[in-house]
Ligand binder design. Structure first.
Ligand code: MG
Length: 451
C-alpha cells in the first residue's frame, strides 16, 4: 500500500492523519534513517500534536531528535544539509487548507527522498512488529532555535545585498500566517528593505486567506502594492517553500513568468541548463533558449525537478506554482532565495511590470476530469493510440505537440482525476484543444468503465 504522495504523507487531521499514524510513521522513519533526525513544523494548529507523536516514534526506536520549532521547509532542509544528522522530518501540508497536515522526509543532504526510499519507509510502517529500543537506549530531544536565522543569513550571502540595501525598496510582504512569519520579515530587514507586512502573525487556522499563493487568494496584497506604489509584493505559501510575486503595478505575476525572468537573469551570468516540469508554459523554454541556455523537462513535482537538476548540474529550475530552486544554495524549493533573488533582479534590471511586458505571451487552459485510478493507464494508452500521428512527449502522462501549442493530459498523483493543460499563443486554439481533449478523455473513460 502506498502512504507517500507526491509531497510526503498528507491528510485531514484526526481523520486520515491521526496521532497514531504519526507515531507509527515516526518509528518507520527512525528505522529507515537509523541516526539522529531534525524535525520542524509550519504554523498549523495540529503541528504540535503531529510533531510530538512523530518525535515519540523516532525516539522509541533509538533515534535522537533535534527539534527546530516552527520554521520554513527550506530552512529545515538547509539545517539538515549543513549539520551532522541522518535526515529531516517536516510537519506541513504546504498550501493545503488548515484542516490538513502532513509529514515529509528529507535525506542527509536536505533533498527530498526518492520514491525508492519512501517505499522502504512504507515497508517498515506496514510491518507487523517493530523492534523498540531498550529503555536505556531510547532517543532524546534537543531544541535548536538557530535554524531560521542561519538560513536567512545564508540566503543574504547568495545575493548582492549591498545593491538591494542601497536601492531602499518598499515591499509588501504576505506571510499567509504560515512559517514565513519566522523568516520573511527577518530576511527583508537584513536586506534593508522597508516591509509592510500582511498576515505576519503565525496562526495555524490561516485567518488571512487560504495558504496557497494564487491570484484569487492574494487580492489584499495586490491592491496594497498598487495603492502604496510599492516596488514589489512577495507572498509565500504555508511552509514558505513557494513564492508568488506582485509587480509594482499591483498585478499577479504567474509562476511561469517569475520562473522565466529569473532564468533569464541567472543565464545572463551563468550559461547552463534550466529544469522545469512538462506542465510549464513554453514561455520558459522560449526565454531560456533566447538567453543561451538549454531546457530539460521532467515529470510534475519538485522532487523530479531537483533530481534532474542534480544529474544535469543545472543552473536553475522550478515549477509554475512558484516553487523555485537555486542549486548554488540548495536543491529544493526555496521561498527566501526566490524572494531575495527577485529583489536583486528588480534592482539590477528595473521595474517588474516592465520586465513582465517583454515576455512572450501564451494562453493556458486547465481542466480536470474524474477518472478511477484503475483505468488511468488504459485511458492514457487509448489517447496515445488515437493520436499516434502527432508528436508526443510521455515524460508525465501524454503531451501532444502541435506547431502552435501543446496539450498535456496527466494523471493526478493524489486524486482519481486527470489534469488537462492546453497552451497556445492563440487563446481560441488553447480553449478549443482543451475542450476537445476533455470530451474525448471523458468518452474513453466512460467506455472503459462500461466494459
Ligand atoms: Mg509549500
Amino acid at each position: 500500500m502506498r502512504l507517500f504522495g507526491t509531497n510526503g504523507v498528507r491528510g485531514i487531521v484526526n481523520e486520515d492523519l491521526t496521532a497514531e499514524v504519526a507515531l507509527k510513521l515516526g518509528k518507520a522513519i527512525g528505522l529507515f534513517f537509523k541516526g539522529s533526525v531534525a524535525t520542524a513544523s509550519d504554523t498549523r494548529t495540529s503541528g504540535g500534536m503531529i510533531k510530538s507523536a512523530t518525535m515519540s516514534g523516532l525516539m522509541s526506536v533509538g533515534v535522537d531528535v533535534t527539534d527546530l520549532g516552527v520554521t520554513p521547509t527550506p530552512s529545515m532542509q538547509y539545517y539538515v544539509g549543513t549539520h551532522e544528522v541522518a535526515g529531516g522530518v517536516m510537519i506541513t501540508a504546504s498550501h493545503n487548507p488548515s484542516q490538513f497536515n502532513g509529514i515529509k522526509c528529507v535525506d542527509s543532504t536536505g533533498r527530498e527522498l526518492t520514491r525508492e526510499d519512501e517505499e522502504k519507509i512504507e515497508q517498515f510502517y506496514f510491518r507487523e512488529r517493530t523492534e523498540l529500543s531498550k529503555w536505556d537506549s531510547v532517543g532524546v530531544i534537543r531544541q535548536d532555535g538557530s535554524a531560521t536565522e542561519s538560513y536567512v543569513n545564508a540566503v543574504v550571502k547568495r545575493v548582492d545585498a549591498d545593491a538591494i540595501r542601497n536601492a531602499r525598496l518598499t515591499v509588501i510582504l504576505d506571510c499567509a500566517n504560515g512559517a514565513a512569519c519566522t523568516s520573511a520579515p527577518l530576511l527583508l530587514s537584513k536586506l534593508g528593505v522597508r516591509a509592510i507586512t500582511l498576515n505576519a502573525n503565525p496562526q495555524g487556522d490561516f485567518p488571512g486567506h487560504p495558504s496557497e499563493p494564487t491570484e484569487e487568494n492574494l487580492k489584499d496584497i495586490m491592491s496594497l502594492v498598487a495603492s502604496t506604489k510599492a516596488d514589489l509584493g512577495i507572498a509565500h505559501d504555508g511552509d514558505a517553500d513557494r513564492t508568488s510575486f506582485i509587480s509594482n503595478d499591483g498585478k499577479f505575476v504567474s509562476g511561469d513568468k517569475s520562473l522565466s525572468l529569473l532564468a533569464k537573469y541567472i543565464l545572463s551570468e551563468n550559461k547552463g541548463t534550466v529544469v522545469t516540469p512538462v506542465s510549464s508554459s513554453s514561455m520558459v523554454e522560449d526565454v531560456v533558449r533566447s538567453s543561451g541556455g538549454a531546457i530539460k523537462y521532467t515529470a510534475v513535482g519538485s522532487p523530479a525537478v531537483a533530481k534532474e537538476m542534480f544529474e544535469s548540474k543545472a543552473v536553475f529550475g522550478g515549477e509554475e506554482n512558484g516553487g523555485l530552486i537555486f542549486p548554488e544554495h540548495q536543491l529544493c524549493r526555496d521561498g527566501a532565495m526566490a524572494a531575495a533573488k527577485m529583489l536583486e533582479l528588480i534592482v539590477k534590471e528595473g521595474k517588474l511590470s516592465e520586465q513582465v511586458k517583454k515576455l512572450p505571451e501564451y494562453h493556458i487552459e486547465k481542466r480536470k476530469i474524474d477518472c478511477p485510478n484503475k483505468i488511468k493507464d488504459e485511458l492514457l494508452r487509448s489517447l496515445r493510440d488515437e493520436n499516434k500521428d502527432i508528436e508526443a512527449d510521455t515524460t508525465d502522462g501524454l503531451k501532444l505537440m502541435f506547431a502552435d501549442g501543446w496539450v498535456l493530459v496527466r494523471p493526478s498523483g493524489t486524486e482519481p482525476k486527470f489534469r488537462i493543460y492546453s497552451e497556445s499563443k492563440d487563446e481560441k486554439v488553447a480553449k478549443q484543444r482543451a475542450n476537445e481533449m476533455e470530451s474525448n478523455a471523458e468518452k474513453i473513460a466512460e467506455r472503459l468503465m462500461r466494459r
